[in-house]
Ligand binder design. Structure first.
Ligand SMILES: Nc1ncnc2c1ncn2[C@@H]1O[C@H](COP(=O)(O)OP(=O)(O)OP(=O)(O)O)[C@@H](O)[C@H]1O
Ligand SMILES: [Mg+2]
Length: 256
């Protein structure tokens, strides 16, 4: 796979379409052309508690030591939307549609204010989750897949998407050993089980299925997240180094 021809697809009404990394998936943001921006988006995807933040902070350190400018962006972290999403979650007043639209607004805000300016300035954007988390969460709640993919037509196809893949049992052990299960990560709004443990298990099982079903569609680079932190980090660094070396190498001149 060559750097600038890596593709992902986003289903629209006309069927699956191939999208070049660094381009909009669909209609994009009409007043913000992004062609030729030198920055790169590297997304780390995976379910709740799988180890994304751990890997991202190690990656950031490694990239900065090499002289790269790094910007981190993460789900529901936009200044505009974070308080609203927190409020809606706390008061349990989210229904399926507002859930999807609030997340999309958060993403749109970060795209305009953080991600696109960083791409323009040549930064590496490390994204803790990307639109795939939104697609997975909407999918398990029965929101129409074509509709939600089309909604995210304003998003930019990342240059690399790493998916931290884990099984349900290992995930449960990891989450119980660290910070425990929370209401939303357990899908308690969906009333899937009698208690938070059962609910977490059922919800996460469905989410893992959703992520798995997107792997080919969006060209995820799948990493076994059951391994040790440093083993996963080493694999990430190897793949990212190879990608950056290729994207920085001069374009070969075609013979006339
Ligand atoms: N490969 C690993 N093996 C064992 N434990 C891990 C591994 N990676 C992370 N952890 C531990 O699992 C917990 C969750 O990790 P982390 O916060 O990085 O996950 P996250 O995916 O960012 O979670 P969240 O969904 O809450 O943002 C932490 O206690 C972390 O130390
Ligand atoms: Mg995290």
């Amino acid at each position: 796979m060559t750097t600038n021809s890596s593709t992902s697809s986003l289903v629209d009404e006309g069927g699956a379409t191939e999208v070049r990394a660094g381009s909009y998936y669909g209609y994009g943001i009409p007043y913000l052309p992004i062609q030729g921006y030198p920055g790169k988006i590297i997304a780390i995807e995976g379910t709740d508690g799988v180890g994304r933040s751990t890997q991202i902070s190690l990656l950031r350190e490694w990239l900065e030591v090499q002289g790269y400018g790094v910007v981190e962006t993460g789900w529901t972290r936009s200044d505009l939307m974070q308080p609203t999403i927190d409020l809606a979650k706390a008061s349990n007043t989210l229904n399926k549609l507002t859930f999807v639209l609030l997340y999309a607004t958060d993403f749109a805000d970060r795209l305009e204010k953080e991600i696109i300016p960083a791409l323009k300035a040549g930064f590496i954007v490390l994204s803790d989750r990307y639109i795939f988390t939104a697609l997975a969460r909407a999918g398990v709640r029965g929101v129409d897949r074509t509709w939600v993919r089309s909604l995210y037509g304003f998003a930019i196809a990342p240059h690399l998407v790493f998916y931290l893949k884990i099984d349900e049992k290992t995930l449960i052990r990891r989450v119980l050993q660290s910070r425990g299960m929370d209401y939303w990560e357990s899908g308690m709004d969906m009333k899937l089980g009698d208690d938070i443990y059962e609910s977490f298990r059922a919800y996460q099982r469905s989410l893992l299925r959703e992520y798995a079903s997107m792997a080919d569609e969006f060209g995820f680079r799948v990493l076994d997240a059951r391994r040790k932190v440093d083993v996963i980090q080493e694999e990430l660094r190897r793949q990212i180094a190879a990608f950056l070396a290729e994207s920085e190498s001069p374009t070969p001149v075609r013979p006339e």
